[in-house]
Ligand binder design. Structure first.
Ligand code: HMG
Ligand code: MG
Length: 303
C-alpha cells in the first residue's frame, strides 16, 4: 500500500455533524466545539452553513456562531453556501472560504437543493464567480459518489461530469462525498483513479460517511490512489438530513489513530482531540460513536 507522508484533515463535525442533530445545539456550545477543535492542530474546521434556516434550522445561528469564535491563526474556517444569499451572509460574516455542494444524483439534488443538477450548477455559478472575485477559496462538494438512496447506483461518468463542471466554474478543490457510506474500498480506489484524469489529485478530497463501517478502509483506498485530503468529524458525529439512513462521517479519531500508527503526519494532537470529543459528548449527553475515541477514553479512565 502506498501512503502519503502527510494528510490534511478537514474537520466537518460542527457543520455536517451538528446539521443532523435532532435538537438545536446552543450557539455557545457550537462556539466552544469549534474553538476546541481549532486548538487541536487541525488546520481546517468547517464551521457552519449559510443555508435556508427553513431547510436546516439546526444551523440558523451561523452568523452568531462565527461572531462568537476566537479564530486561531493559520486555521481555515470554511462555511457551506448554496446561493448568492448565502454568499452575502458569509461575506458579511467576514468568511474567507466557502463550499458549494452539488450531487452526482438527480434525485438527491432535488431533495437537498430543491432543483436538479444543472439548475444547481446555474445557482452556484455566480456564487463561485463572485467568491473568486472577492479572493475567497471555494470548495465544491459532489454528493452520492458511491450510490444514492433514491436512485441506487451512480455511474462514475456522472461523478466525473459534476466534478469537471465544478472545476470549470472555478472551484479550487472538490470533495467526493459518499454521503450514505455505501462505498467499498475497491469502488473508492477505482473512482479516484478515474477522477485522476479530470483533476490534479491534490485538488481532490474524500468525504466518507461511515454508515456501513467502510469509512476508514475507503479512506485508505483513496490514499492508496493518491488522495491526501480527507473530511472527518470528531467523535463520528453527523449524517445528512436529506439522505435517508446516512449516519456520521468517518470519525476524526479513527483516522488520526490509523494515520499516526502508520507513520503519516496530520498535525493533530490526538489527546487534545479526545478532550474535545469527550467535552462534546458531555454536551450532547451521549457517547461518541468513534471506536478509537471510545477505546482511548476508556483506557484513559482506567486506574
Ligand atoms: P428554496 O426554498 O428553493 O429557495 O431553497 P428559495 O429561494 O425559494 O428560498 C426559500 C426561503 O429560504 C426564502 O425565505 C429565502 O429567503 C430563504 P422566505 O422568503 O420564504 O422567508 N433562503 C435563505 N435564507 C438564508 N440563507 C440562504 C437562503 N436561501 C434561501 N442561503 C436552498 C433553496 C438551496 C436555499 C435550500 O434548498 C437549502 O438551503 N438547501 C440546503 C440543504 C442542506 O443544507 N443540506 C445539507 C448540506 S449538504 C450535505 O450534507 C452533503 C455534504 O456533507 C457532502 C456529502 O456528505 O456528500 C456536503
Ligand atoms: Mg456529508
Amino acid at each position: 500500500m502506498i501512503l502519503p507522508t502527510e494528510v490534511t484533515i478537514v474537520e466537518v463535525g460542527p457543520r455536517d455533524g451538528l446539521q443532523n442533530e435532532p435538537g438545536v445545539v446552543p450557539t455557545e456550545v457550537k462556539v466552544g466545539f469549534i474553538d476546541r477543535l481549532a486548538r487541536t492542530g487541525l488546520r481546517v474546521v468547517e464551521a457552519t452553513s449559510f443555508v435556508s434556516p427553513k431547510w436546516v434550522p439546526q444551523l440558523a445561528d451561523a452568523a452568531e456562531v462565527l461572531a462568537g469564535i476566537d479564530p486561531v491563526e493559520g486555521v481555515r474556517y470554511p462555511v457551506l453556501v448554496p446561493n448568492e444569499k448565502g454568499l452575502d451572509r458569509a461575506l458579511e460574516a467576514g468568511m474567507r472560504e466557502i463550499a458549494v455542494f452539488a450531487a452526482a444524483s438527480e434525485a438527491f439534488s432535488e431533495r437537498n437543493l430543491g432543483r436538479g443538477i444543472d439548475a444547481s450548477l446555474e445557482m452556484f455559478a455566480p456564487v463561485v464567480r463572485r467568491a473568486g472575485e472577492a479572493g475567497l477559496r471555494v470548495r465544491g462538494y459532489v454528493s452520492m459518489v458511491c450510490g444514492c438512496p433514491y436512485q441506487g447506483d451512480v455511474p462514475i461518468g456522472d461523478v466525473r461530469a459534476v466534478t469537471t463542471a465544478l472545476l470549470e466554474l472555478g472551484c479550487d478543490e472538490i470533495s467526493l462525498g459518499d454521503t450514505i457510506g455505501v462505498g467499498t474500498p475497491g469502488q473508492v480506489n477505482t473512482l479516484v483513479e478515474a477522477l485522476a484524469s479530470d483533476a490534479d489529485l491534490d485538488r481532490l478530497a474524500v468525504h466518507l460517511h461511515d454508515t456501513y463501517g467502510q469509512g476508514l478502509a475507503n479512506c485508505f483506498a483513496a490514499f492508496d490512489a493518491g488522495i491526501t485530503i480527507a473530511d472527518t468529524s470528531a467523535g463520528g458525529l453527523g449524517g445528512c438530513p436529506y439522505a435517508k439512513g446516512a449516519t456520521g462521517n468517518l470519525a476524526t479519531e479513527d483516522l488520526v489513530y490509523a494515520l499516526h500508527g502508520s507513520g503519516v503526519t496530520t498535525g493533530v494532537d490526538l489527546e487534545a482531540l479526545l478532550d474535545t470529543t469527550a467535552w462534546m459528548a458531555g454536551q450532547l449527553g451521549r457517547a461518541p460513536v468513534s471506536l478509537a475515541a471510545r477505546a482511548l477514553l476508556t483506557r484513559r479512565d482506567a486506574p
